[in-house]
Design a protein around this ligand. Structure first.
Ligand code: ADP
Length: 330
């Protein structure tokens, strides 16, 4: 049996990926920039059945055997790997997310990054991280960014080969914290993959795409200069712009819960009233990510935990790219 286990970090996008130019290849409408997370991650073991006895891929996620319908996306991804290796083998895949799945903490990013790296390693396919980034992108756009640690930009490119992530700075460059305020760990009804297809129905999409080039520039500069007060306003602006596109698409996607808004208002109060250097961003889900420097994190955590709607707080540092592990989950 060819087996490999990989841990990959999720990532939080500072400038978001929303909307696709090419649905089949997952080529985005714009570049995006993220920070890979050390403490919100997926661990995945892929074991290929070289005997050919296994008839279908078996997928166990967080201890639960997934139905064929819920394994479809994984099987399609494994089909790409099988095609590259020229084999028909099916696989046992066991995976664990150490944070809530499908709730806006980018489980698809860490999930497909870990699956890609483990699947290729177990097949003996030798590929550099750029090629792995392109492969991961096929099943989850944001997974392309989790192929690198630290601060990462996904260049939209125009083809399968050049729509890939590039590392900007390693995790040691800037000791930021992402405090995820979980207001609901429930799975969203429509996956992000489904949401991307709706983006073009929003009258606000073009407005965001027109401005995003300048926002990317600003985020690159803020990361280079480790300037939280330069980073913060632009990540809030882009998160609100993306959610405006979501809310005004047809059908409308409204991921926010009352708790989401409670946190946004609290963050502004803490910043404006008390001078606390903390900013928010929100992925495709109700949970809010608060970004601050490491020294502000304890104060932000105390304040967040006191809010009525916050179920739990997940705190993460910037993290490394995918790591091969010696211990398998199977
Ligand atoms: P999220 O905000 O968590 O990324 P998405 O809707 O974008 O939510 O993606 C969730 C989907 O990603 C799940 O329904 C599942 O198909 C896939 N996924 C999540 N975790 C894993 C994993 N560990 N391995 C493989 N696929 C995963």
């Amino acid at each position: 049996m060819s087996i490999a286990t990989v841990r990959a970090g999720s990532n939080i996008a500072f400038i978001k990926y929303w909307g696709v130019a090419d649905e089949t290849l997952n080529i985005p409408l714009s570049n995006s920039i993220s920070m890979t997370l050390a403490d919100a991650h997926t661990t995945t073991t892929v074991a290929w059945d070289e005997t050919g006895a296994l008839q279908t891929d078996i997928f166990v996620l967080d201890g639960v055997a997934q139905s064929p319908a819920r394994s479809q996306r994984l099987t399609r991804h494994l089909d790409i790997l099988r095609g590259l290796a020229g084999v028909m083998w099916r696989a046992w895949v066991t995976s664990r997310n150490n944070f809530p799945t499908a709730s806006g903490i980018a489980s698809s990013a860490s999930g497909f990054a870990a699956l890609t790296v483990a699947g290729c390693a177990a097949l003996g396919l030798e590929m550099d991280p750029t090629r792995l980034s392109a492969l991961a992108r096929r099943s989850s756009g944001s997974a392309s960014r989790s192929l690198f640690g630290g601060f990462v930009e996904w260049e939209k490119g125009s083809s399968d080969a050049d729509s890939v992530a590039v590392p900007l700075y390693g995790p040691e460059h800037w000791d930021l914290r992402d405090l995820v305020a979980v207001v609901s760990g429930e799975e969203k009804k429509l996956s992000s993959a489904g949401g991307h297809l709706l983006a073009k129905s929003s009258p606000l999409l073009n407005g965001r795409i027109t401005h995003v080039g300048g926002w990317l520039e600003e985020v690159r500069g803020a990361i280079a200069g480790r300037d939280i007060h330069r980073l913060g306003p632009v990540i809030e602006l882009d998160a609100l712009a993306m959610h405006s596109v979501m809310m005004t698409s047809s059908p409308s996607l409204l991921y926010w819960q009352p708790g989401t808004l409670e946190i946004l208002q609290a963050v502004r109060r803490w910043r404006q009233g008390d001078g606390l250097a903390v900013y928010f961003t929100i992925d495709a889900g109700p949970n809010v990510h608060l970004i601050c420097a490491a020294e502000s994190a304890p104060e932000v955590e105390t304040r967040l935990s006191a809010l009525r709607s916050v179920e739990r707080v997940i705190i993460s540092r910037p993290g490394p790219g995918p790591q091969l592990l010696d211990e398998h989950l199977i």
